[in-house]
Design a protein. Structure first.
Length: 312
């Protein structure tokens, strides 16, 4: 994607990235800033985001890896990562312990404007009227990485998502392996084709009426827009070589998650496609109890990708 500037890391080793920070006691916590905005011509309105800056950011001039945090559907919003999960505290702890490199974390708002309740799934609408994914790639990421001191290197740019956001994190990683180094998906909202067809009409229109087309019934829902966003359909078009050497994808969910069948199908399809990845299942449900427990390892995965701890 030519719209993203690529500034390679210079003289920065993996060991240096994960070394425990030597910072003053007053700087041992990162900075959280909610309710920030960036302009978007594509959407026609500003896009809000929440931001985490790592310990010591204000005191130095170094450039940092960045993780984009994609929230869930329903009443999900950027602040959930901080108010519900306390991810800033996890980041502080893991960074200061040297378990992950110091990172910037940015949570964009995936909701529509003016109170429209339909989910975006962080995709472009089928009719092109609300191009959220295009905005994210063409406007949001370049503006964030121009405003804050990121490395600009795709290898140190990660995606993390919960539920709807987990779905999008995996999809965007597979679609754009040249833009993102790795992705972690917690309870990704993967549905099998049968589950998708069987959705109640109200639920389908609320979740996918924008992305795939409103009012569609049963097999009518399996449109070209759906195929472009369905990981099982997409895998036949994905070049496996960028994913063959180390696990850039990490999928984790609870044993009693309603999306278990969809995640299991994606896991098996990734194996068949030769795409290395990690897939874990533990006890729990599709809720914040599980997500808070799962977040540290999901962050460690992205840290390992960014610092080449998986090898190349």
């Amino acid at each position: 994607m030519t719209h993203l500037t690529r500034r390679h890391l210079i003289g920065l080793t993996a060991a240096a990235l994960v070394a425990p920070l030597r910072v003053r006691a007053a700087d041992r916590a990162g900075t959280l800033r909610e309710s920030n905005v960036l302009a978007s011509k594509l959407l026609g309105h500003p896009v809000e985001y929440a931001l985490y800056l790592p310990p010591g950011y204000e005191a130095d001039s170094r450039r940092y890896p960045v993780i984009y945090l994609l929230h869930g559907a329903g009443d999900g919003q950027p602040a959930d990562w901080f108010r519900m999960a306390g991810i800033e505290l996890m980041l502080d702890r893991l960074i200061l312990a040297g378990e992950i490199p110091p990172v910037i974390a940015v949570a964009p708002d995936g909701r529509r404007a003016s109170g429209d309740p339909r989910a975006t799934y962080f995709l472009d609408d089928a009719d092109g009227r609300y191009p959220w994914a295009e905005m994210f790639l063409q406007e949001f990421i370049p503006q964030v990485e121009g405003r804050y001191r990121t490395t600009g290197d795709p290898r140190t740019r990660g995606l993390m998502g919960i539920s709807m956001g987990g779905f999008a994190a995996v999809l965007h990683q597979l679609r754009h392996p040249d833009l993102f180094g790795g992705a972690s998906a917690l309870s990704a909202a993967f549905r099998t084709p049968g589950q998708f067809i069987a959705m109640k009409q109200e639920d389908y229109d609320l979740r996918f009426g924008g992305a795939f087309g409103a009012g569609l019934v049963a097999e009518e829902r399996l449109t070209e827009a759906w195929k472009r966003a369905d990981v099982l359909s997409l895998l036949g078009q994905v070049e496996p070589r960028p994913f063959a050497r180390w696990p850039r994808l990490y999928l984790t969910l609870a044993a009693d998650d309603p999306f278990f069948a969809g995640n299991a199908a994606v896991h098996l399809a990734l194996n068949d496609a030769g795409i290395r990845h990690r897939f874990t299942v533990t006890e729990g449900k599709h809720d914040w109890i599980f997500w808070r427990q799962a977040l540290p390892e999901a962050l460690r995965h992205l840290g390992a990708v960014m610092t080449r701890q998986y090898g190349e």
